[in-house]
Design a protein around this ligand. Sequence first.
Ligand SMILES: [Zn+2]
Length: 459
Amino acid sequence: MSSNNNVMQTDILIHNVEIVNEGRAVRGYVTVSAGMITEVGEGDAPEVLMSCGEVIDGRGRLLLPGVIDTHVHFRDPGLTHKADMATESRAGVAGGVTSFIDMPNTKPPTVSVAEVENKMRRAADVSAANYAFFIGATDKNIDELKRADYSRIAGVKLFMGSSTGNMLVDDDSMMRRLFAEVPALIAVHAEDEALLRSNREAVTARYGEDLPMEFHPVIRNHKVCLTASRKAVELAREYDARLHVLHVSTADELQLFTPGSVAGKRITAETCPQYLALSDEQYGMLGSRMKCNPAIKRPADRDALREAVRIGLIDTIATDHAPHLLEEKRGTALTAVSGMPLIQFSLTLMIQMVQEGIFSMTDVVEKMCHNPARVYGIDRRGFIRKGYYADMVLVNPDCEPYTITDSWVLSRCGWTPLDGLSVGNKVDMTMVNGKVVYRHGVLFDIPGAAMELKFVNMR
Ligand SMILES: [Zn+2]
């Protein structure tokens, strides 16, 4: 192929940019054609590429693989007064998220292949980012779980604990069958239901029902998490199942995991930016805005989770983006709903922690881009590599400081737990399958830009 042909075929060149990828940050260039990455080079781009379709000067910017947020609740269908796939996927791309995996606790719940397909059709119509879905485990749907196609479904979501009543699997024999028989990654919400209930009873007996938010992590305490996580890990070991423990929130649970790279691990772990940035010292200020399940715990937990991210005890960072209206967030530690929106600012918040010296940029890319692709076996995404889909995000790592406010929020709920936070970085541009879907505060609706995720090397 002559270089002239090459020029003809190149749609976009991004050059003069610091590419953060696979453990290194290197000044170089990337070309994109027909939705794919066609060239990744170091140093100056060859002169011949300067005349291609669009040339983007990335001076002073970082180019990262698009964020893959593998834990979101987009509330669609059935709870669309809070959020839907169109609004939340747009909030995502504005924050550098190019792919998401959505959880099954919608209305109706996603506990059959037919319901997953309904979501896929909806996403194909309206999503701005690439999409995939979990199928939820119930006490009754083991046969459905066994025959699902896990090249199109991300895995099975198992709720241990009361976060989502209708999908709660507390039946021991059913859990054993799930780990033994279902040929998929099992992603678990691990909080022990019986302990949770007895904690709630003990606390209300002593202090009454009108409990301030500080009681949330007293009810959903360390033991609630560790008991359930340990049980899930023991079952996974017994049956050699592929387990991903979601939103790890305590130092105590870290003993269950192994440090280092994802390669070869059968048991992996996720945490979320809120557990890395916040602690129970903030309940007084943020109140129910930071109420989520599992609860945000002590500064010592936050610090241990930070270290766990650095040494690979924690493999992925996802948001658990769980929008609710502010009026639903009113109430006490018992009555305010749990969950917060975060997808639009998760990358910004993590880069802020890089600037504070807590993480490195390569930690952030590893945990938010590379490892989500590795853990779930996502086909040709999560890396800036020739032959991969052109999902990328251009970040200004050192902009004029600005303050995040509720008024910026693109999620339907219209608020963020980060309201009032001053940050010094921002997402300049997001590219999904080679299409620029967000640039300098403007969203571009490009029909068909987003694609369904495919999964390879499952379980
Ligand atoms: Zn969740």
